[in-house]
Design a protein around this ligand. Structure first.
Ligand code: HEC
Length: 116
């Protein structure tokens, strides 16, 4: 029994470490929830422009970081700015739908096997 618990921990630990690694470096990728981002965006960001802004050939945005900065900038105009998580959702939505900057997904989760 004792051995079994330790084995489970050994197998789970890499995933735990990976999760911490992700949490501490969220700026490297757009890891948000695109569906939620679309909702947030459509509720709050369509006051001044529509989606055509995001398809401008002359876009000044050249990277995922640039996109994130731009969202942050426009968010300042809102009464109710996004939380960091909400911003990631919106960035993820805009990137997945319009900008399509390469996203570094280093996620290699190994799910811990069920203890039986
Ligand atoms: C107060 C009016 C206003 C609001 C509210 C607003 N925008 Fe904008 N946005 C603009 C204008 C004007 C431009 C074009 C001028 C520019 O690019 O600097 C723009 C441009 C952008 C661009 C750049 C498009 C490109 O590729 O060049 C992005 C991205 C953007 N807005 C995202 C957002 C998001 C996300 C929100 C909600 C948080 C938002 N905007 C809310 C007025 C607004």
């Amino acid at each position: 029994m004792h051995t079994r618990i330790s084995m489970l921990w050994l197998k789970t630990l890499p995933a735990v470490i990976t999760a911490f690694g992700l949490a501490s470096t969220p700026m490297l990728w757009a890891a948000g929830d695109a569906e939620r981002g679309k909702q947030l965006h459509d509720e709050r960001c369509l006051l001044c422009h529509g989606l055509e802004n995001y398809q401008a050939a002359a876009s000044k945005i050249k990277s995922l970081d640039g996109l994130r900065e731009m969202v942050r900038r426009w968010e300042d105009k809102l009464k109710d700015p996004f939380t960091d998580l909400e911003r990631e959702d919106v960035v993820t939505y805009l990137n997945a739908t319009f900008y399509k900057f390469p996203v570094q997904r280093k996620v290699s989760f190994k799910l811990a096997p069920h203890a039986d």
